[in-house]
Design a binder for this molecule. Structure first.
Ligand code: NDP
Ligand code: GDR
Length: 354
């Protein structure tokens, strides 16, 4: 039985990856942080004793800033595969916590690589690093592929740039199977509520159920290549199964604005939106009631914005046989809105069911 260690196991991707690897027959070990309130909502379903998968699922306390903890866990578990998903993952928040973000997202990656090297596991343990389309930031080429130059636009992007290069450097210096998945935005019903897609779908659910008046958003013109997280975790695994250690762009190859996402999300809940005004004065009106349901609030603007991201998944398609459009943009929006409407009707908190 193969053993996998997942950092960030209770995040969006960590939870889907755990489901996926347990289904594949892996023994899965995950690292979570101590928290004063429950933080295991997304992986709770894996704790249920009657579930066969729970026999092979182990949780350990740890932190990406705690070197001795990381060395101890890797030494005890001796994983065949490490998926380094833990990160301070919010781009806007990284402007307020730049040093911490560098420590967790940048040096944290080094701590994993060094632990594997110090423990002499270079030939046994394959390492996946969660790299990001935020590396491209101010884009130098459209669409972005593995060879496109990087230009990060946030402390998060800069910290992840270190993570990217140190992974590549350890691969080249110590002959380790250490690789980057450069993943473009991927969303789901398990997405954190402060990211724009989930913020929109939760607001749509609450507004259509009379529990919220309007949705406040920042840059409506930002364009992203949005995929479905469940499809993307399969790719993380495929990257580690590949014969040679290589970096891959994972994306759908389709780009939409925040405005388009919001329009479609409201439509799925039966609300037709008409947009009026420009820039910070732009508003979204419900055509049936004439009520304002979306308003722009400059509080949500970024200090340095990434205006557009569009990935080219050709390499992953060709070498990994991955299907980038297994779930379409329309299906993704529908999955999230349907899920959140049910959640709001039942008046549950967003992540308590996982
Ligand atoms: P989430 O924010 O949902 O999850 C992040 C995880 O990291 C959480 O489990 C969090 O734990 C954990 N974490 C944060 N800080 C620490 C720390 N100091 N020590 C240990 N664990 C920590 O992110 P996603 O699941 O969406 O993303 C997974 C990874 O992929 C991240 O590295 C992200 O930067 C990257 N990525 C994500 C993309 C996306 O579109 N989702 C695209 C490209 C890259 P806690 O719950 O305690 O905060
Ligand atoms: P991003 O995701 O920054 O791409 O990082 P996010 O959903 O936060 O923003 C996407 C775009 O939407 C614009 N936007 C808003 N964003 C938020 N959060 N809230 C708003 O109200 C709002 N209004 C408009 C943003 O300005 C931005 O342009 C995500 C994270 O998961 C990273 O960890 C990951 O690396 C990248 O995706 C790829």
């Amino acid at each position: 039985m193969k053993k996998a260690l997942i950092t960030g196991v209770n995040g969006q991707d960590g939870s889907f990856l755990s489901d996926f690897l347990l289904e594949k027959g892996y023994e899965v070990h995950g690292i979570i942080r101590r928290s004063s309130s429950f933080n295991t909502g997304r992986i709770e379903h894996l704790y249920i004793e009657e579930l066969k998968s729970s026999e092979n699922f182990y949780i350990h306390y740890g932190d990406m800033t705690d070197t001795s903890n990381i060395i101890r866990l890797i030494s005890e578990i001796k994983p065949d595969e490490i998926y380094n998903l833990a990160a301070m993952s919010h781009v806007k928040v990284s402007f307020e916590t730049p040093e911490y973000t560098a420590d967790v997202d940048g040096i944290g990656t080094l701590r994993i690589l060094e632990a594997v090297r110090i423990l002499g596991l270079e030939k046994k343990t394959r390492i996946y690093q969660a790299s990001t389309s935020e590396l491209y930031g101010k884009v130098q080429e459209v669409p972005q592929r593995e060879t496109t130059p990087f230009y990060p636009r946030s402390p998060y992007g800069v910290a992840k740039l270190y993570g990217y290069w140190i992974t590549k450097n350890y691969r080249e210096s110590y002959d380790m199977f250490a690789v980057n998945g450069i993943l473009f935005n991927h969303e789901s019903e398990r997405r954190g509520e402060t990211f724009v897609t989930r913020k929109i779908t939760m607001a749509v659910a609450r507004i259509s159920n009379g529990k919220q008046d309007k949705l406040l958003l920042g840059n409506l013109d930002a364009r992203r290549d949005w995929g479905y997280a469940k499809d993307y975790v399969e790719c993380m695994w495929l990257i580690l199964q590949h014969d040679t250690p290589e970096d891959f762009v994972i994306a759908t190859g389709e780009m939409h604005t925040v405005r388009e996402f919001a329009t479609l999300a409201f439509k799925h809940a039966g609300i037709e939106i008409e947009w009026q005004g420009e820039g910070i004065d732009e508003k979204g009106f419900d055509v049936n009631t004439g009520e304002i349901v979306v308003e722009v609030n400059p509080e949500y603007f970024r200090l340095a914005e990434v205006e557009q991201l569009l990935g080219d998944p050709a390499k992953a398609k060709k070498l990994l046989g991955w299907n980038p459009t297994a779930t379409s943009f329309e299906e993704l929006v529908e999955i999230m809105v349907t899920h959140d409407c049910n959640l709001v009707k039942q008046e549950k908190s967003a992540i308590s069911e996982y």
